[in-house]
Design a binder for this molecule. Structure first.
Ligand SMILES: [Zn+2]
Length: 410
């Protein structure tokens, strides 16, 4: 099967070059050639996909989503009446909306068992290519400990989604092995408190360096890396000292933490849009009061922290924590990154080639020959206008592995 997508232009984020009158040729799901039409061979029997009026670019990557989370606020009564099977089905709709927004690859930062990724791969329902972390590991009372003060525990472990609370070095090794056994591509740890959890504070560190190191070592043995939900300054530093590969949220970076991040061995995933959604949901009456107060307290510090990181040249990869906000709204993050000083082309790189490199997913974020035929089309130059990537309506064409999965009105 050969497809040829004919667009007005083709943006290569890595080089920043835009080719006019472009074509992308995809054979058996993989890019065979891409560039100017007069310099790219198009086989006669190729199925022609008309993308006139559109600029083509690689499918976008979101390095931090939660496909099984609803993204419509936190309603504890609703969670209590949601069977685990229904929770999984949320991912079907979320996966569709994520694709429609132009995101053809994601790293799920907890919640999605490996079965969701497998079902998408085998064509049971449309969705992005996935890396999964399955369960996010935290200490007792930490970010993913779902015990409430009444004594109820909302985290019901499933056979393929191991329990997420862990204390002590040896237990950490066991838990990491369990998560890997369940099919995790990445290990997710919580090295600080968070906004949506009832019993902890974002500015408090969590897990000991020894526990984090044990997870990193265990992950490495199995060819995995570790991502850390890290908001507190001490939690960020502990994670970096222990060898974690990506820092998520990073509300309180300082000069020392940034210096540690400049060694090139790790990346920052800001998720700037997440606290905005907590506040928006709160204004609509869909958030418990503890989360509202915490979101309002962190939002300005978060911006200052990420601004400092951008100015200092820290490697920033695109991530949204969607599942806090509604699925499909991922693109708003582009505008917030730009607001904090990132050039539009760098924002696009953060969601393409830099994201692919940061999470180690091969064949995505680029339309070099051999990469997956994942691309999107927008009506204009996204480097001149990031709005073109910010809203699902503005993404007119989405192709995944050569298949047209969204065709909007130009
Ligand atoms: Zn998250």
């Amino acid at each position: 099967m050969i497809q040829a997508v004919f667009g007005d232009a083709l943006l290569d984020p890595a080089s920043g070059d835009t080719a006019k009158d472009a074509v992308v040729v995809i054979e058996d799901g993989r890019v065979k050639g891409a560039g100017k039409r007069d310099a790219t061979q198009v086989p006669k029997d190729a199925e022609k996909i008309d993308a006139s009026g559109l600029t083509l670019l690689p499918g976008l990557i979101d390095c931090h989503v939660h496909l099984t989370s609803l993204g419509e606020g936190l309603d504890l009564a609703r969670e209590l009446t949601t069977p685990p099977t229904f929770e999984l089905m949320r991912a079907v709709r979320a996966a569709r909306r994520t694709l429609d927004a132009g995101f053809t690859s994601v790293r799920d930062a907890a919640g999605s068992p490996a079965g969701i990724k497998m079902a998408i791969e085998q064509g049971y329902f449309p969705g992005p290519r996935m890396f999964v972390t399955v369960s996010a590991l935290s200490q007792t009372g930490g970010h993913t400990d779902s015990h409430f003060m009444c004594g109820a525990d909302l985290d019901i472990p499933l056979p393929d989604r191991p329990y997420s609370v862990v204390d002590g070095v040896e237990n950490m090794r066991v838990r990491v092995r369990e998560v890997i056994r369940a099919g995790a591509d990445w290990i997710k740890l919580c090295t600080s408190g968070g906004v949506l959890s009832p019993g902890d504070q974002p500015h408090h560190a969590a897990l000991t360096i020894e526990e984090i190191k044990a997870a990193v070592e265990e992950a490495r043995v199995h060819g995995r890396k570790v991502m850390a939900h890290a908001q507190a300054n001490a939690g960020i530093k502990n994670a970096l000292k222990a060898g974690v590969s990506t820092i998520e949220h990073a509300i309180w970076l300082d000069g020392d933490a940034i210096e540690m991040m400049l060694d090139g061995r790790n990346g920052l995933v800001p998720t700037l849009v997440a606290p905005h959604w907590v506040i928006r949901h709160a204004e609509a009456g869909k958030m418990p009061s503890y989360a509202i107060a915490k979101a309002k307290a962190v939002i300005d510090d978060h911006k200052a922290s990420i601004k400092l990181a951008i100015e200092s040249g820290v490697k920033v990869a695109f991530g949204t924590d969607t599942g806090v906000g509604p699925h499909g709204s991922n693109g708003e993050e582009f505008l917030l990154m730009h607001e904090l000083g990132m050039e539009p082309l760098d924002c696009i790189r953060a969601a393409t080639n830099v994201a692919a490199e940061t999470i180690g997913m091969s064949g995505v974020g680029s339309l070099e020959p051999g990469c997956w035929g994942d691309l999107i089309g927008v009506a204009g130059d996204p480097v001149a206008d990031l709005q073109l990537l910010a809203r699902p309506d503005n993404v007119k064409l989405v192709v995944k592995g050569g298949d047209v999965v969204k065709r909007g009105l130009n």
